[in-house]
Design a protein around this ligand. Structure first.
Ligand SMILES: Cc1ncc(C[n+]2csc(CCOP(=O)(O)OP(=O)(O)O)c2C)c(N)n1
Length: 566
């Protein structure tokens, strides 16, 4: 009788979930799995050079494709190396399945070699996790994991699989029976349909409002509701402020888009919220980087809060009308009932704020201003590339100056703020969407956290463009030290760094350095449109600040540097 072992059940299960690509790194407790992978057809494995890279790559893959990203590691240090990537995905609600090897069931709890309690460790950063104790549970668990990761509010699910479970065999027929059993998760019932009564009340509230503003979050992108959202915006003529992860939900250049909200948001976005009498929050969670001081944030506004996750309602900001549901379905219902609302005086006021206080910086002919670099990338790619940023100043300049046209085209670690994210996430994004240009924009600090993944680019010939915004500092920390700690630059100087061109070459990649604005104008286009991976080390002015800025916890309408200077 034909048999199947646990390791093959994993692969078969993944394949039946539509998985064709996984990111991983082998080790002792997943050798049975890698042994089956050796001649398993239909699943492409990308060997990253660190498990953190595998997790971020799965995250980038998931963000741009909307599919569940899969990463694999061995037990102990392999599994703990995934944790930062899992936490990053959890904070940004990214669908992911992480598969970890574990010591054999009879060794658990004995401090066996490379044993770590990864289900315990990841409990607070996974939507759900499993320790598999019986091979017969595996077919069901794999199905459940994908279902949980991708439904409701998406998130990472971890499956920890002891090595003897990977080796254990069952009859193939039994596997088929187990696999075909329907999923039954009685206590997990995401609510997709917004309550019609609430929607009706919300429409009434919108029609009564004089100064409404929309806060557009990542939920719009995740529910693939961008088209409906833009229709809703145009039907209501309500101005929109966008969160960092909501960028792309509406084109930045749209007449009613005010740009980004929050700490490094635009004056018009933040000020409109302050002056508003109604905030319509869609698929966003009132993160502190958006709200600043909650006491003064949208102080005089009523709140309509649309979100798939009931736990977000009232968590940070009280909602007058909560609508729990999938953003797309809720917006469709709104559109059925919402009458055309004309522009009002409020639109004129907001447009005036927008026109009088655009994002500004002082350009230079001598040195490359980082903002100019981002504007140039935006222009050359027509706002249509997939942009993956790391964390720091370059991340905020990209959010400010890249004119996003499409949803699913911006990947960044918003909630966790994980440095080292960009390169591996870009790699995953490019594997997911090979026909789209993918650009990683990363600081000279962040690139050094996961630069080993340059080898993965070379190994699999993944033509990601890596733009290092090189200011020789841990720029964002330096900025805070300058502004809030009297220029006491403590441990932020990165003058002593690798030669990134030589580093690229050491990984057999093309490396190019750009040091002046004219060189940038001359070379950037060819570099971004070539068909190979390339590392572009761009020397930018060292002490440029990201402005405007709301100090942490400050009143979001009291911004520093509105005119581009402190
Ligand atoms: C893993 C991790 N460690 C530390 C930080 C804190 N941090 C936030 S921004 C930043 C500086 C980033 O410097 P760089 O990568 O050079 O980018 P820049 O700000 O100069 O654009 C640091 C250290 C972080 N976000 N993530």
């Amino acid at each position: 009788m034909k048999k199947i072992n646990g390791a093959r059940i994993i692969l078969e299960g993944l394949k039946r979930q539509g998985v064709d690509t996984i990111f991983g790194y082998p080790g002792g407790k997943v050798i049975p799995l890698y042994n089956e992978l050796y001649d398993f057809s239909g699943i492409n494995h990308i060997l990253t050079r660190h498990e953190q890279g595998a997790a971020h790559a799965a995250d980038g893959y998931a963000r741009v494709t909307g599919k569940v990203g899969v990463c694999v590691s061995t037990s102990g240090p392999g599994a703990t190396n995934l944790v930062t990537g899992i936490m990053t995905a959890y904070m940004d609600s990214i669908p992911m399945v992480a598969i970890t090897g574990q010591v054999a069931t009879y060794e658990i709890g004995k401090d066996a070699f490379q044993e770590s309690d990864i289900t315990g460790i990841t409990m607070p950063v996974t939507k759900h996790n499993y320790l598999v104790k019986d091979v017969k549970d595996l077919p069901r668990i794999i199905k459940e994991a994908f279902y949980i990761a991708s439904t409701g509010r998406p998130g990472p699910v971890l499956i920890d699989i002891p090595s003897n479970i990977q080796q254990a065999e069952i009859n193939f027929e039994e596997f088929e029976i187990l696999h075909n059993e329907p999923i039954r998760l009685d206590s997990y019932n995401p609510n997709y349909e917004g309550h019609p009564k609430q929607i009706k009340s919300a429409i009434r509230m919108i029609n009564q409002s004089k100064r409404p503003v929309i806060l557009a979050g990542a939920g719009i992108i995740k529910s693939k509701a961008s088209k409906e959202f833009i229709k809703f915006v145009e039907r209501t003529n309500i101005p929109v402020g966008v969160t960092l992860l909501g960028l792309g939900s509406i084109p930045t250049a749209h007449d009613l888009c005010l740009g980004m909200l929050g700490m490094h948001g635009t004056y018009a976005a933040n000020y409109s919220v302050f002056e508003s009498d109604l905030v319509i929050a869609i698929g966003m969670r009132f993160d502190d980087r958006v709200t600043g001081n909650l006491e003064t944030f949208a102080k005089n506004a009523k709140v309509i809060h649309i979100d798939i996750d009931p736990a977000e309602i009232g968590k940070n900001k009280k909602a007058d009308i909560p609508i729990v549901g999938d953003v797309k379905r809720v917006l469709v219902k709104f559109l059925e009932k919402m009458p055309q609302r004309e522009k009002t005086e409020w639109n004129e006021t907001v447009t005036k704020w927008k026109n009088e206080n655009p994002l500004v910086y002082k350009n230079s002919n001598e040195e490359i201003k980082p903002q100019y670099l981002i504007e140039k990338i935006s222009e050359l790619t027509n706002g249509e590339a997939i942009i993956v940023t790391d964390v720091g100043q370059h991340q905020m300049w990209t959010a400010q100056y890249y004119k996003f046209k499409n949803p699913d085209s911006h990947c960044t670690s918003g909630g966790a703020g994980t440095m080292g994210y960009a390169l591996p996430a870009a790699l995953g994004a490019k594997v997911g969407l090979p026909n789209k240009p993918v650009i990683a924009i990363v600081g000279d600090g962040g690139i050094q956290m996961t630069s080993q993944e340059l080898m993965t680019l070379a190994h699999f010939n993944i033509p990601v463009k890596v733009v290092i915004v090189n200011n020789s500092y841990l720029g964002m920390v330096r900025q805070w030290q300058e502004i809030f700690y009297s220029n006491r630059y403590s441990q932020v100087d990165l003058e002593i760094s690798p030669d990134f061109v030589k580093l690229a070459e050491a990984y057999s990649l093309k490396g190019v350095r750009i040091e002046t604005p004219s060189e940038l104008d001359e070379k950037l286009n060819d570099l971004l449109t070539s068909n190979e991976p390339v590392v572009i080390d761009v020397k930018v002015s060292k002490e440029e600040n990201v402005l405007p800025m709301v100090p942490a916890g400050g009143d979001s309408h009291k911004m520093l540097g509105i005119k581009g200077e402190l």
